[in-house]
Design a protein around this ligand. Structure first.
Ligand SMILES: NC(=O)c1ccc[n+]([C@@H]2O[C@H](COP(=O)([O-])OP(=O)(O)OC[C@H]3O[C@@H](n4cnc5c(N)ncnc54)[C@H](O)[C@@H]3O)[C@@H](O)[C@H]2O)c1
Length: 470
């Protein structure tokens, strides 16, 4: 029982009420309206520290955990263990930050930050040699923001302990971690309802913790290089970012490690927990290693998305055995072998999604190998669902239509008629729209959807199209 009564947040008036209702349901927020004049400034500073500071999320969380340990603030430690995990800090480092800040697990920069934090909390002013070591590892902005972070969390721990606020339940804690993991508050997106363009389609949806606690492997989580100066987001990169924003830990695998690392780095800058892995899934032996590594870095597996897919240039009449097999090896055999290896280690309640295409329903690409490989995924999804439902797993297929991704642009350059025809809502889809549909199938929201193909094409395959806007 807290020492101050909780406010009903729905009844808090004015902008403070709006601000509090947009946040996760922290007990701290329920007492803040007792100090309405300072509450908004307090929230703004806390938000800036978590989402705008130049300190990396992992370094910031180590310092906050250390403050929590020194202040013996169990509430703060509990919440920030979770936030630190979603910022990619391994459990051993989290425990070391609490108990042994000089641990060899830390690199020199982390040790400097932790030693400085200790001195500020215990002695108020850090002695000169400690400051000099910090300054050697951190920019002036980082030094300044570190002191502000330490001071702010000393204040928070004193508030929490003195008001005897209790730790929230698991659902609230997951919502908090997802809230911290979200990108800097995006500017409002002007919706275009006639074109069905809303914030999710542009990658600007407010995260809601829909994948909190999930561990997901995205195969093909990078995106192909392109001649476009400002390339659109690819399906796999959008999935990696979206799942991380929604609270999942993600292993992002790609044959192009640099591209997987770019997806992971973008997610981490937003506070997500993403690890990049290299694997060419046309090689069966690399599939076994990739799944093993994903389980290692994630600590288990409850989600798999097979997003890899390639085409070739062979038409009907010019196909060769070698070119046909090359497409099948990536688009179909790899999906089968990955699903099999992942299903073996996946936890009950897990889910798999195979990325097909509406090319599976129509001959218009003119690339039979691509169309046949994508069509076969519907059967593979059913086979996987049938084989694994007894263990509490699900398997589904998503068939995107015409999507404006790097692959989509390459396809349109090769075949200009592709995107010049009437399209659903007068536009191509976005990688974010594919990612959102996949998120649904992967999450427990789709618990009663199994062995199905979800066509995400705006209505293209049923001829619901309109002329492109002039
Ligand atoms: N863009 C569209 O219009 C569209 C439409 C329907 C379906 N799809 C499907 O969506 C998926 C992703 O498409 P995208 O547009 O984001 O394409 P993309 O080419 O940008 O992304 C695919 C990723 O898979 C990786 N990859 C390819 N072969 C691999 C292999 N052997 N091992 C490991 N990684 C490999 C690539 O390096 C790339 O990063 C594909 O399966 C594609 O067929 C795309």
């Amino acid at each position: 029982m807290a020492r101050l009564p909780f406010f009903d947040l729905d009844a808090v008036p004015g902008t403070l009420g709006d601000t509090l209702r947009a946040r996760p349901p922290l007990n701290l927020y329920k007492v803040l309206p007792h100090a309405p004049e300072v509450a908004e400034g307090f929230l703004a500073l806390g938000g800036a520290i978590l989402r705008k500071s130049s300190l990396s999320p992992a370094l910031r969380e180590l310092a906050i955990l250390r403050v929590g340990a020194l202040c013996d603030a169990s509430y703060e430690i509990h919440q920030h263990r979770r936030v630190a995990r979603s910022a990619g800090v391994p459990d051993e480092k989290i425990e070391a930050a609490l108990a042994d800040p000089a641990s060899p697990l830390f690199d020199a920069r982390e040790r400097a930050v932790l030693a400085f934090t200790d001195a500020v909390v215990r002695q108020v002013k850090a002695p000169e040699p400690l400051y000099a070591t910090l300054a050697a590892h951190c920019s002036a902005q980082e030094q300044m923001e570190l002191v502000v972070t330490i001071g702010f969390y000393m204040l928070v721990s004193r508030l929490l302990e003195n008001l005897e606020l209790e730790v929230e339940d698991e659902d609230a804690a997951a919502a908090i971690a997802a809230h911290v993991a979200q990108a800097p508050t995006p500017a409002p997106v002007p919706a275009d309802p006639v074109r069905q363009l809303f914030a999710p389609a542009l990658g600007r949806a407010r995260p809601a913790g829909r994948m909190a606690g999930r561990r997901v492997l995205v195969v093909g989580g990078g995106q192909r290089p392109t001649v476009d100066e400002q390339p659109p987001v690819g399906n796999g990169r959008a999935m990696t970012l979206l799942f991380a924003r929604e609270g999942a830990a993600v292993a992002c695998a790609d044959m192009d490690l640099a591209s997987a690392e770019e997806s992971a780095a973008r997610a981490r800058r937003e506070g997500g927990r993403v690890h990049a892995l290299q694997a060419d899934v046309s090689r069966p032996e690399e599939i076994t290693r990739m799944v093993r590594e994903a389980v290692q870095v994630l600590g288990g597996l409850d989600g798999l998305v097979l997003n890899v897919g390639i085409g070739n240039t062979s038409r009907f009449g010019t196909e060769t055995a070698q070119a046909w097999d090359a497409v099948m090896d990536v688009n179909l055999r790899a999906h089968m072998l990955c699903a099999q290896a992942a299903a073996e280690v996946m936890e009950e309640g897990g889910s798999m999604v195979f990325v097909s295409s509406t090319a599976s329903l129509s001959p218009l690409t003119g690339i039979p190998a691509y169309e046949c490989s994508k069509a076969a995924l519907a059967a593979l999804g059913r086979a996987a669902a049938y084989a694994t439902h007894g263990r509490g797993l699900r398997a589904n297929v998503i068939a995107p239509g015409l999507i404006d991704t790097p692959l989509g642009r390459d396809a349109s350059r090769n075949r200009p008629a592709r995107a010049a025809r009437p399209l659903p809502f007068g536009r191509q889809g976005t990688g974010w729209e594919v990612a959102h549909a996949t998120l649904f199938l992967l999450s427990s929201e789709a618990s009663y959807v199994n062995g199905q193909v979800l066509v995400a094409d705006g209505g293209l395959s049923v001829s619901v199209v309109r002329q492109p806007a002039a």
